[in-house]
Each structure stands twice: as C-alpha cells, then as structure tokens.
Design a protein. Structure first.
Length: 184
C-alpha cells in the first residue's frame, strides 16, 4: 500500500556523521530558501532517522550545516510526536530537571544519564515556511532539547560532568566507530 503522506517514504538514507566530524561542532546556518531542496532534505532526514531507528535527527548529523531537525518520538505517556522544525528557537525549557538515559546516532551504541528539563517549547517554521510551535514534556521534551543542541554544535556529552563524562569518553575511545577529533 502506498501512502505519500508518510514522511521519509521518498527520502534517501544518507550516511550519518559521527563524533569527531567538525560539522557536528559547527552551529547551523538559518534556512532562507523554503524550496524543493529543503523538502528533499527533510525527507532524507526522516528516511535516515528511521533506517537508524532513531527518535530524532538534526541536519548536521547528515553533514548539512542548516538549522533543521526531524523527530518521531514518544513522550512519557506514550503519545507519539511526529514532525520537523526549520529554524527552531527553544522558547521555553523549564519544569523539573530529570536525569534520564540519552543516546545519539552520532555516538552509536552509547548512552548516559543526562539532565534535561521536563518541559520544552520550540517555535520555528515548517518546510513550506509556515509558523509552527511544538510543545514537549518528558522524553519528548528531552528529544527537543537534544536536537536543538545539535543546531548549536552541542552534543549530550557536553552536558555531562565528572564521572559520567569521563565514563562516556572512555566508551567513545573504545568504540569501533571512533576516530580522533582533528588536531587531537
Ligand atoms: Zn543526537
């Protein structure tokens, strides 16, 4: 059965960028052209996210330095949230701080208990330039904060301190996919 409305159906699975790739450390540029190239990027992000069994993916994770992310993510009540945001702004991040397991497709196979706010609101544009507001709680709020961080060149590892950070970095050093960061 064919359903053109399922995101990613027409997308191409692109290679994922991994920790050590400078694009992950470079803040993304604002999108200015809401045309077919942007639509193709969003489709590719969905296709790549689903192929990797992720719940969110930012453009830098396929090597594109633009402020775009997609998500298909449950919250703590198992409500599914599916969408994309172009040029997002994190307008609210508040509520209690919860430490929960968090991973990233750019650090495959690893996770660490990471502190995030329990509530987040993101405002931005759709692929056609319409305004959009996304509200998240629980695990979905975590996802919104994680993907938003990517657009500023930040990774969840940066939010870890002390033992948790050292333990994750040791796991990265041992990971089969790891290559040294340039200049390291
Ligand atoms: Zn990530």
């Amino acid at each position: 059965m064919r359903n053109a409305s399922i995101p990613g159906t027409h997308g191409r699975v692109r290679p994922l960028t991994l920790l050590g790739d400078p694009v992950l450390r470079t803040p993304g540029a604002e999108v200015t052209a809401f045309g077919p190239e942007l639509a193709a990027l969003v489709e590719d992000l969905f296709a790549t996210m689903y192929a990797a069994r992720g719940v969110g993916l930012a453009a830098s994770q396929v090597g594109v330095g633009l402020r775009v992310f997609v998500y298909d993510c449950p919250d703590d009540e198992d409500v599914r949230h599916l969408g994309h945001v172009v040029n997002p702004r994190l307008v609210e991040a508040d509520g209690v701080v919860v430490r929960g397991p968090e991973g990233c497709l750019s650090l495959p196979g690893l996770e660490a208990g990471t502190e995030r706010f329990d509530h987040a609101v993101v405002e931005g544009r759709t692929v056609t330039g319409e305004p959009v507001t996304v509200h998240g709680t629980g695990f979905f709020a975590r996802c919104l904060q994680h993907e938003y961080d990517h657009l500023d060149g930040k990774l969840y590892a940066d939010r870890l301190r002390g033992l948790r950070h050292r333990r994750l970095m040791r796991q990265v050093a041992r990971a089969s996919w790891n290559r040294p960061e340039p200049g390291a």
